[in-house]
Write a new protein. Structure first.
Length: 190
């Protein structure tokens, strides 16, 4: 008998009724490196790694600062937080710049490092009022071009697909009937 797992239940129920909420990427092999499987459902790596890790990282920094304000980390200057943030973001940016396939583990590690870096970059906004405008500018100064780059290169993975010219009317975008979409046959067995 398996123990009740609320995360598994939520993932399975959402996946059965609205898989687009779990993975908004095309459901074909050309985009499979953007997702990972959890409890038989495909989840977007970016959404389910970057957002939770970033939120938990920032929350951890804030709570740690409340509990141990005298810790060495919190005595660092604002510039040190920016430097730490960008140092943790750099591997993801470098990975994007390099061509070639990366393993799922390497992709997830890069996304987690990006999320922790964004948390360090955003931290001065919470505890350093004099640096709020600078922090917001640096945060948005990185995030806006990064999101724009992601938007401009979103269809690059379609290269080589026989249905590329049919996008967005290709079978990989058949979210209304995820069971019939390529790459999701395993959902039939649940």
């Amino acid at each position: 008998m398996t123990m009740w797992n609320p995360v598994r239940e939520v993932v399975r129920r959402i996946g059965a009724h609205d898989p687009l909420l779990l993975s908004h990427h095309p459901t074909c092999k050309y985009y499979s490196h953007h997702t990972f499987e959890l409890y038989g459902r495909q989840l977007c790596m970016g959404c389910f790694v970057v957002y939770p890790v970033g939120f938990v990282s920032l929350l951890t920094l804030v709570v740690a600062r409340l509990l141990w304000p005298e810790a060495t980390l919190f005595g660092l200057g604002t510039g040190a937080f920016y430097a730490l943030g960008f140092a943790l973001i750099a591997p993801m940016v470098a990975d994007k710049a390099l061509s070639g396939n990366r393993s799922a583990g390497r992709r997830m590690a890069g996304k987690a490092s990006l999320a922790v870096g964004l948390a360090f970059l955003a931290f001065p906004f919470v505890y350093r009022p004099a640096a709020r405008w600078t922090t917001a500018g640096l945060f948005l100064g990185f995030l806006v071009p990064y999101v724009a780059y992601k938007g401009l290169t979103a269809r690059d993975d379609c290269r080589g697909c026989p249905e590329a010219e049919d996008f967005p009317d290709c079978s990989g975008m058949a979210f209304d009937d995820p069971i019939e979409a390529p790459g999701l046959e395993e959902q039939r067995t649940e």
